[in-house]
Design a protein around this ligand. Structure first.
Ligand SMILES: Cc1cc2nc3c(=O)[nH]c(=O)nc-3n(C[C@H](O)[C@H](O)[C@H](O)COP(=O)(O)O)c2cc1C
Length: 325
């Protein structure tokens, strides 16, 4: 292993995802950290290659408060796992696509993924068309949020191959952009739903969305957390605790012969450059991060890029393609 000085740490981190050049493999995941113009600008200025913008829908969800709970980690104020009951973007679809248009205008080199969720085929088609018209680079079909208040949305889709086929085709009808199918881990086998998405027009896969969970019970009123006036619900778990689950699904997708060559976005608990490397070694082309950005801020991108660069230099690796899989 070579000894590398800080000054010579700029390894080539760019990757090609579905024909789109990304300056590095690091993206914000669709979530509250990528849900406004200012947040995305902040992330781009900090050095993130792109964002998967907070899921856009015509369905105006009523969000509860509080909607988060966390299990503590080993350091003060850190957590090992995070539960959320959040559903969709607080902005209208029109407002969100206008934000994407302005972002693309200001940052043409950055990669913007429009995460969408329709309630029927027509909505998937229209949202896909609006995403392309707004200038998004890719479309991510949210087949995976586990805490939607309405049936037939989010992870209800990711667990039902007929719905996956129907809604992937509807999305393809509305746009020629590359489509990413974001898969749910609330299922035993991800390869078959993934195959269905690919067979019906998706070009790539993202895994994982959050894991259905109950974190703790309030022992005074017997509600689980977050306790919303004595009531609560099963919600999505994310953060470091879910990384082993995510890695297992990535390994399953990457090693399934019919999915060979399909680009993968790795998501789930990525906090350090070593976490990122685990996902790349198992076959991911690019990565998305949510919970650790909520925990530590957008600047973790410095650690992610620098750590990966130093590792590559030390091991004489010229490109991330050499590490993948
Ligand atoms: C508060 C919160 C809101 C989220 N909202 C969305 C969403 O709107 N669309 C989506 O596809 N995933 C959503 N996710 C899931 C993340 O994009 C990601 O898949 C998951 O959190 C795992 O990554 P992480 O461990 O880095 O957080 C959300 C996650 C959290 C914690």
């Amino acid at each position: 292993m070579k000894n590398i000085s800080r000054e010579s740490t700029q390894a080539e981190l760019s990757v090609n995802f579905c024909g789109i050049r990304c300056e590095n493999p690091f993206f914000l995941a669709s979530s509250p950290v990528a849900s406004s113009f200012e947040m995305c600008c902040h992330a781009f200025d900090a050095g993130w290659a792109g964002v998967s913008y907070k899921t856009i829908s015509f369905y105006q969800s009523r969000e509860v408060s509080p909607r988060f709970d966390a299990l503590p980690g080993e350091h003060p104020f850190s957590f090992c796992g995070f539960k959320n009951l959040e559903q969709l973007s607080p902005h209208s679809a029109e407002e969100n696509f206008e934000i994407i248009r302005r972002l693309k205008e200001r940052y043409p080199e950055k990669v913007i993924i429009a995460s969408i969720m329709g309630r029927n085929c027509d909505e998937w088609t229209v949202l896909a068309r609006m995403a392309e018209e707004a200038g998004a680079d890719l479309i991510e079909c949210n087949f995976s949020c586990p805490q939607m208040a309405k049936q037939g949305l989010g992870s209800d889709i990711g667990q039902d191959q007929d719905l996956i086929a129907l809604y992937t085709r509807a999305t393809r009808k509305g746009s020629r952009l590359p489509i990413i199918a974001k898969m749910t881990p609330n299922i035993g086998n991800m390869e078959l739903p993934a195959m269905t998405a690919i067979a019906n027009g998706a070009n790539s896969l993202a895994a994982i969305n959050t894991v259905k969970s109950i974190t703790r019970i309030n022992t005074e009123n017997f509600s689980s957390y977050p306790d919303i006036g004595g009531q609560s619900a099963v919600g999505g778990y994310s953060g470091q605790a879910v990384k082993p689950i995510a890695l297992r699904f990535i390994r399953d997708l990457a090693s399934y012969p019919p999915l060979k060559g399909i680009p993968l976005f790795g998501i789930g608990g990525i906090t350090t450059w070593q976490d990122a490397l685990d996902f790349i070694l198992l076959g991911c082309t690019a990565l998305q991060v949510c919970t650790s950005v909520m925990e530590y801020g957008y600047r973790i991108i410095d650690h992610l890029k620098e750590g990966l660069s130093i590792y590559m230099k030390q091991h004489d690796i010229a490109s991330l393609d050499e590490l993948r899989g």
